[in-house]
Write a protein that binds this ligand. Sequence first.
Ligand code: PEP
Ligand code: MG
Length: 326
Amino acid sequence: APARYEELRDTESVTKDGVHVELLGNIEFPTEAAACIEKGAGGVGLYRTEFLYVNKTGDPTEEEHYAAYREVVAILGPTRPVIIRTLDLGADKFSPATRGIQEKNPFLGLRSVRLCLQNRPLFKTQLRAILRASVFGDLRIMFPMVSTILELRQCLSLLREVEEDLHDAGIDYKPNVPVGTMIEVPSAAIMADVLAKQVSFFSLGTNDLVQYTLAADRDNETVANLYSPVDPSVLRLIHMVSQAGSRQGIPVNVCGEMSGEPVYTALLLGLGIRDLSATPRKIPEIKHVIRSLTIPEAERVAQDALQMETARDVASYLRGHLRRFL
Ligand code: PEP
Ligand code: MG
């Protein structure tokens, strides 16, 4: 981000008309937690935990998980939120091939929470470590790639089991740790009103949501023309999820790459989003955009964008809007 926004670190993330926008950081390694504070984030909105598995021979132990979570909580302190995403292995992350799984379509296969639900000891080990670390700060748990209500229920009931195990063993944990689900599969976006009743927050994983909505591989250059976070189909889904969250009174975060792009900030606020989680280095600039906008202006942008028929029209409209005040 340009150096001129760095001085915003200690200013509030608030729109010109006084609406607070929670601005959090995405991290992949514990060592990145310090950057969140340095760049003025209010906490960690997405702590990816796949690093625990990469380049390791065996699965990480409960103590390895625990140490990684303690490290981040120690840096963020007792009151800043840290949203830990449970394992999202598979497809683009870390091939399940190494777990002996061969698949024709890994992105549609046994990845992420699906893999966890079929490997309950593996899943429970991580949940135990998160709950144990929870007593030291404001930890929250987030499940990735949830596609159905049943999967979410299974995740929640496994978490209850882990709580009971800890309780029975006399091990300290914080009861009622907030639990959220990522919305990154179109089925989950469509069923958001039902899912919202089961969780404390949503987090829109737009990287995957775009890929699955448009059936365009997020890493495949030859179909990159289709892959747009402002395709009208995606905007409608984001809008649906945002409305479902607000009807149920739960926050809806956006943690895909689009939340770190200033060109999308007005649109997201206008769609009702009040929580963004972005890569730390983008935070000062996003905060600058937030502080330059009013909610009615953002709502006008979103209303205009929702009328458009192509991603290209939306993108060029948003670029024009951004130019007016950056
Ligand atoms: C996403 O899909 O938007 C997301 C935040 O998760 P990841 O990029 O780790 O799949
Ligand atoms: Mg994802």
